[in-house]
Design a protein around this ligand. Structure first.
Ligand SMILES: Cc1ncc(C[n+]2csc(CCOP(=O)(O)OP(=O)(O)O)c2C)c(N)n1
Ligand SMILES: [Mg+2]
Length: 310
C-alpha cells in the first residue's frame, strides 16, 4: 500500500514540476493552477475508490485527474493545446476530462462542479448503480450560493456522494478569515444533517476515513458524507512560481507544511531500491507523455466548429 500511494504522490508531484519547468517556454497554452503541496488529499481519497467511481474536480485539476487514473498523455497534450488532448486541445488545464476513467469535466467557474456532481449522484441513485461520486472543491467554492443549495439537495435525497473540501485557506489571495463570517466549513455542511469530519493531509488517515464512507455507501447505506481536508498550496494561485513576496501570506506559514511533505514522508518509508524502481518507471511515463504532446498536431481549423451548439 505504501508503495502504491508513493507512486501516485510522486507521479503528481513530478508531473507538476515538469509543467512548471516547461511553462515559461509558452508551449503550454493555458493557465496552470498547480497542486504542489496538496497532492495528499487527491491520493488519499482516490486510492479508496474503484475505477468506475466518479470524481468531479476543479480547475486545480492535475492532482485529482492523475490520482484517479486519468490518461497522462491526453492530459499533457491538452495543456499543449494539441488535438490528442483530453478535450481535443480546446479546454486546457482547467477543463481536463477523462470519462473512461471516471473523471468528469473540470470547470474554470468556481462551484459549478458541485451542482454537476449532485446531478450525477442523483442519476446513480435513480438507476440503482453501485458506484459512488466524489466531489472535490476548494474553500472558495463554499463562498458560493450553489454550495448551500447543493448540500441541501444531496442531504434531502440522501445521495451516494462524498464531498471533499480541499481547504488551503485561500481563494486566490484572500484568506478564509477575511471572507467568511464563520470559517468552519464542515459546520456549514453539518446544518444539513450529513456526517462531517475534519481531516488534515495525512494520506493514510484520509484513505482510512474515506474508505469507511465508501464501504457504507457500497453496502447500501445512505449519503452524503462531508470531509473538510486542511492542506496548503505551495505555489502561486495560478502559474509556476512561488508568491511569498506578493504580500498576502508569508513563507513561514508554508514551512510547517513543507516539513511534513507527504511525498517525502512516503519516500522515506520505502527501501531505497524499491523507491528507485518506482521513480524510474514514473519518470519514463512522464517523459513519454511530454514527448507525445510535443509530437502531436494542433487541432485543424475545422475543429472550431465541432462540439458547439450553434
Ligand atoms: C463563479 C466564479 N467566481 C469567481 C471566480 C474567480 N476565481 C477563480 S479561482 C478563485 C478562488 C477559488 O478558491 P478555492 O475554491 O479555495 O480554490 P483554490 O484555488 O484555493 O484551489 C476565484 C474566486 C471564478 N472563476 N468563478
Ligand atoms: Mg482555496
Amino acid at each position: 500500500m505504501i508503495a502504491k500511494f508513493y507512486e501516485s504522490l510522486y507521479r503528481i508531484r513530478r508531473v507538476e514540476e515538469e509543467v512548471a519547468k516547461v511553462y515559461p517556454t509558452d508551449k503550454i497554452k493555458s493557465p496552470v493552477h498547480l497542486s504542489i503541496g496538496q497532492e495528499a488529499v487527491a491520493v488519499g481519497v482516490c486510492e479508496a475508490l474503484r475505477p468506475d467511481d466518479i470524481v468531479f474536480i476543479t480547475y486545480r485539476s492535475h492532482a485529482g485527474y492523475i490520482a484517479k487514473g486519468g490518461n497522462l498523455k491526453a492530459m499533457i497534450a491538452e495543456l499543449y493545446g494539441k488535438v490528442t488532448g483530453s478535450a481535443k486541445g480546446k479546454g486546457g488545464s482547467m477543463h481536463l476530462v477523462d470519462v473512461a476513467n471516471g473523471i468528469m469535466g473540470a470547470s474554470a467557474v468556481v462551484g459549478t462542479t458541485i451542482a454537476n456532481s449532485i446531478g450525477y449522484a442523483y442519476g446513480v441513485k435513480l438507476k440503482k448503480q453501485n458506484n459512488i461520486v466524489v466531489c472535490f472543491f476548494g474553500d472558495g467554492a463554499t463562498d458560493e450560493g450553489v454550495f448551500y443549495e447543493s448540500m441541501n439537495f444531496a442531504a434531502l435525497k440522501q445521495l451516494p456522494i462524498i464531498f471533499v473540501c480541499e481547504n488551503n485557506g485561500y481563494a486566490i489571495h484572500t484568506a478564509q478569515a477575511k471572507r467568511q463570517a464563520v470559517p468552519d466549513i464542515a459546520a456549514k455542511a453539518a446544518i444539513f444533517g450529513m456526517p462531517i469530519e475534519r481531516l488534515g493531509d495525512d494520506v493514510l488517515h484520509l484513505y482510512e476515513r474515506i474508505s469507511t464512507a465508501v464501504e457504507t455507501l457500497r453496502s447500501g447505506g445512505t449519503g452524503p458524507f462531508f470531509f473538510e481536508c486542511e492542506t496548503y498550496r505551495w505555489k502561486e494561485h495560478v502559474g509556476p512560481s512561488e508568491d511569498y513576496n506578493a504580500g498576502y501570506r508569508a513563507r513561514t506559514e508554508a514551512e510547517p507544511w513543507m516539513q511534513q511533505d507527504q511525498v517525502q514522508k512516503f519516500a522515506m518509508r520505502l527501501d531505497p531500491q524499491q523507491r528507485q524502481q518506482i521513480e524510474q518507471a514514473v519518470e519514463i511515463e512522464i517523459a513519454e507523455a511530454f514527448e507525445f504532446a510535443e509530437n502531436s498536431p494542433f487541432p485543424p481549423d475545422a475543429e472550431l466548429y465541432d462540439g458547439v451548439f450553434a
